[in-house]
Design a protein around this ligand. Sequence first.
Ligand code: NAD
Length: 410
Amino acid sequence: MACRQFDQAADAINLPEAIRDRAKYPRRCIAVSLPIQRDDGSIALYEGYRVQHSLSTGPSKGGVRFHPELCLGEVAALAVWMSWKCALVGLPYGGAKGGVSVNAAQLSPTELERLSRRYMQELIPFIGPDVDVPAPDMGTNAQIMGWMMDTYSNHIGHLVPSIVTGKPLSLGGSQGRSEATGAGVAHLVCRYLKDFLKIAPAEATVAIQGFGNVGSEAALALSRNCGAKVIALSDEHGGIYNPRGIDVPRALSYHRYQATLRGFDGAEPISNDELLSLPCTVLIPAAVQRVITPTVAATLRCRLLAEAANGPTTYSADKILETRDDIEVIPDILCNAGGVIVSYFEWLQNRACEYWDRDTVLAKLFTQLDRALEAVEAQRAKYQFSRRLAAQTLGIERVAHAKQARGLFP
Ligand code: NAD
């Protein structure tokens, strides 16, 4: 999917043939075996990956995903998208992604710690604060980043907080990092509702697939800060729906204790498939990739599709969306860029040993997102591209230009 998108974008901007392969393929793909001792004394072996797509504009940056179906191809696609995203929002980073093929829910906390540390240990020869900087993604969190930072720091012999971002605040994490991706999604949704669709956010209804870090923070920010009505939420076990609006903070505390939304008394049960085709103003996929298939794209009943997840829309489904004048799309590399922007702020703060308050972090985040939004709209107007193609061509062009400017060594 990432390769097809690249080819289409490269054709659209007539990217010179000589630079295409260099800009397309990852610089490094690393696969590691991760043996850990289970609590019962047995040994389990997991596969881990890290793909560094581009190192031309600075260290590569990207999350670490723990998911049972993770494979190298998925990690590579996610790394490619990270390169375009970092370039689009003007960060001095290339893209990377990593992860372990594991169902983390089946591990005890001590097993999860051993696996996280072993993963970092295996990556030490290939990463560093100026080489590649991991962060949380699906299935990982601030605590896991803390263990990874501790493992790296023990190896180096002193504290190196800038080796990962998304850490706990007590270990040099940034104010606003845990909410950054969801808050950024909400900020862009409000801008597009007001400025492009001329809909007041308080009049909007919102359905969100995925109630983890990104989905829950987007739901909170949209309901609390923008006054939007969240009518549907879901996680991997299924969803809930209430056309009169769901009390998001109450759903969040229910989810925290029950680890599912099932049984929440303020709404009706609904399946993940049903959620995607609900009539609503804003639909936010905030879980896994490739959920908007051609069939789903044809049945969507939202006005704005805000892609909080990475790669939620398949290439063929996107072709259908391009024909649907009734739906605006905020493409993933713009929509969910809030996370990597605040990760960059965290890395800067760690290196300067200087810490900013939450209001400063969020104000800087929204300014940077607004700048990227304006750039995408200008590119779109200039070339009559779809919003996705506008965002991708901007990102790809910047990566390719940097590679050309550096030349080829040796
Ligand atoms: P998370 O692990 O915190 O939450 C994932 C959520 O998705 C959970 O509620 C889970 O139950 C649900 N889910 C998993 N499989 C599902 C399925 N098949 N159907 C419906 N729901 C399912 O992950 P997250 O950090 O919130 O990441 C969500 C998405 O956002 C991912 O695509 C990730 O790459 C992207 N993203 C995350 C960040 C970040 O800062 N965490 C930044 C940019 C993009």
